[in-house]
Design a protein around this ligand. Sequence first.
Ligand SMILES: O=C(O)c1ccccc1NCC(=O)[C@H](O)[C@H](O)COP(=O)(O)O
Length: 222
Amino acid sequence: MREVRVKICGLKTPQDLAAVARAGAACAGFNFFPKSPRYVTPAEARALAVAAPEGLCKVALVVDADDATLDGIVAEVPLDMLQLHGHETPARVAEIKARYGLPVMKVIGVAVEADLAPLLDYQLVADQILVDAKAPKDAVLPGGNGLTFDWRLLVGRKWLKPWMLAGGLTPGNVGQAIQRTGARQVDVASGVESAPGVKDAGRIAAFVEAAQGVKGGVPILR
Ligand SMILES: O=C(O)c1ccccc1NCC(=O)[C@H](O)[C@H](O)COP(=O)(O)O
């Protein structure tokens, strides 16, 4: 069975990038949501992206971004994927994919089974799906809140596109999350930090090791 791919989201410094590369993560995420403690400007993200080792997938996280914002990011930062973490409709996902010619990963926030209803429509237009915990109504951030959701909602699901699991993952629970859901890709932001927006190289290494050390990855049926 192939290795679990890990994405570490919200990198801000060259030290973060070095830790991610050293740990053997597959993807690095740059966060362009201005209210986030993980926010980077396009210029800051560019400096990190150009220094990234070959083969590290560079992902831009945006939230309901308009064309002007996306134009600025895509023109400045060498990217491999766009992560849409807002309320983008399937039509908007298709529009962004066509406009920039980059693979697009659409995020679905999940708290209850009904939240998974739009999955089919999004799988028809996006290249990948990221299943994350749904942010509470009063949350400032639509993601990166360190919340988990009921992983049993994913068990036995048929997927048309590659998908990634996120939401409250940590070095301590990622192995169990992979075993319970059968995820082959995982994403983390706050679970590898010492404070909001401050990545911890030791936790990054421990997370990747825990994710890649899982044997079997067979979903446990309800
Ligand atoms: O991390 C943020 O600050 C953030 C802000 C706005 C939208 C999304 C955001 N983060 C998304 C992620 O980094 C992850 O994909 C995901 O939400 C998991 O976060 P966490 O539970 O902290 O691991």
